[in-house]
Design a binder for this molecule. Structure first.
Ligand code: GTP
Ligand code: MG
Length: 456
């Protein structure tokens, strides 16, 4: 039996660190570690969740391997629901390798990806949504992703799911009762509310799926194009934000012809900044293509940075291609403040309530203020994007959409007969079951847990 094997793995990140965490789980977790500690009795007698310092040895040679601390967790009160040991050794690659190989020599099996979490799930320590929240927490690369994983991890969002499920169950009970006792009046009365009740649940799930759509923007990292007329200083700003001379800066107009993107962390969020071709009338076919791309970025991006020079008046192109098209999602950098005040442009931004900063983009000292400005812009943009802490993965999205379709079918089924409605509601419940992992098959579990790291 596979689950009776005792598994071991490095649970902290591979590489060099002060401390490494090695986990063991399974019926022999305690006895294996006990053999590898020179005062085995001290470990055996140590109570649960108690940290102690030990000398870790190789039992066959008796030679010391490392000085460690270890904690015991008695099943079912552990992450996996089994007996578990968390062992902290020194975080050198060789040390970890030696400790692990001693443990394996004493009968532990190297754990597969996500095997600890899978055992916890199989022992009902948490449901599948919760297990996926661990993964979300580990993988989150932006503050917003972290927040929604945290919400899922703390169980704040699960209440809504339980609520929907209970409401569908209650509805099914009423429908079943009505099938069984068709004459009873109060049952009849409730049947007139079937559609209403289904629509209510469906709309709530639809809102959640819609919010998931917005999470996509964040998961991929929000893309922010820097746009403006030719020679405004876009590439200068881009280089400043990414921290090195990524784009060519030149006094000639039309220097940048293609979108150049670079991922950066700004204000705790993962952002892709995009340098674009400057907007101007040109006959150059390549530049024209670049400009067409810029216009596309302006219309598609969730946030746009518009660079406009202080020393020249606003152009018609800026008015029609940026201001009009990106209203509500632009932030302005008024460049070349060393050459002119740019008072008119600043005034215009003030009037239209557009966030702006005046800057000299050839002054390296201006970088901090620009980064702070962009961080503020990113924060308020991402903060304004409502995301779902419930429908967080493609899997959730697919099942939630199936539930929505099934509920729509249920709405129609009310007219077709209660048996058909009941069958439809049963399918909805099965889908909810799949979401939390009650009715999920082995292949799906394999595909979920294989995305975890080894040691989780
Ligand atoms: N004095 C001054 N010059 C600047 C400033 N910002 C940019 N420049 C200069 O303006 C010229 C154009 O800068 P770029 O950053 O290449 O401008 P761009 O908007 O990328 O231009 P295109 O790619 O041609 O559309 C360069 O010579 C820069 O050194 C500024 O704040 N003050
Ligand atoms: Mg450029």
């Amino acid at each position: 039996m596979e689950s009776t094997r005792t598994i071991a793995a490095l649970s902290s990140a591979a590489g060099v660190g002060a401390i490494a965490v090695i986990r063991l789980s399974g019926p022999q977790a305690f006895s294996i570690v006990e053999k590898c500690i020179d005062s085995g009795r001290a470990f055996r007698d140590s109570p649960a969740r108690h940290v102690k310092l030990y000398r870790f040895i190789c039992p066959s040679s008796g030679k010391p391997v490392d000085q460690i601390t270890a904690v015991k967790f008695f099943g079912p009160n552990s992450f996996t629901g089994e007996d578990m040991v968390e062992l902290f050794c020194h975080g050198g690659e060789i040390v970890v390798e030696k400790v692990l190989s001693v443990l394996i020599g004493e009968g532990a099996y190297p754990a597969r990806r996500g095997e600890f979490a899978r055992r916890g799930f199989c022992n009902n320590k948490f449901d599948l949504m919760h297990a996926e929240a661990f993964l979300g927490m580990i993988e989150s690369r932006s503050g917003k992703e972290y927040e929604s994983s945290l919400e899922a991890l703390m169980g704040t969002s699960a209440g809504r799911l339980v609520g929907w499920r209970e409401r569908v169950k209650a509805l099914l009970r009423d429908v079943d009762a009505s099938i069984e006792f068709p004459e009873e009046d109060d049952v009849r009365k409730s049947s007139s509310r079937y559609i209403e009740r289904i629509v209510e649940i469906r709309k709530e799930i639809e809102m959640e799926v819609e919010a998931r759509g917005k999470s996509h923007i964040i998961e991929k990292g929000i893309i922010i194009p820097i746009v403006g007329v030719a020679n405004a200083g876009k590439s200068s700003l881009f280089n400043m934000l990414v921290g090195y001379e990524r784009s060519i800066v030149h006094w000639q107009e039309g220097t940048t012809r293609d979108g150049v993107g670079e991922e950066v962390h700004i204000g705790g969020e993962r952002v892709t900044i995009l340098d674009t071709a400057g907007l101007r009338d040109t006959d150059d076919p390549v530049e024209k293509l670049g400009i067409r791309k810029t216009i596309e970025y302006v219309s598609k991006a969730a946030q746009v940075i518009w660079v406009t020079p202080a020393n020249s008046p606003m152009t018609h192109i800026e008015e029609s291609l940026i201001l009009e098209k990106a209203m509500g999602k632009i932030a302005v950098v008024i460049s070349k403040k060393d050459l002119a005040e740019g008072a008119e442009k600043a005034e215009m931004c003030g009037e239209k309530k557009i966030p702006f900063i005046r800057s000299c983009l050839i002054d390296k000292g201006a970088r901090d203020a620009l980064v702070d400005f962009v961080a503020e812009v990113v924060k308020s943009r991402i903060g304004s994007l409502e995301t779902s802490s419930l429908i967080r993965t493609k899997r959730h999205e697919i099942i939630a959409k199936r539930i929505i379709e099934e509920l729509k079918g249920g709405e129609k089924a009310v007219a077709e007969g209660e048996e058909i409605l009941a069958a439809s509601l049963r399918r909805v419940l099965a889908d909810f079951g799949e979401l939390v992992g009650d009715t999920t098959n082995e292949d799906i579990l394999d595909s979920i847990f294989s995305r975890f790291c080894i040691g989780k």
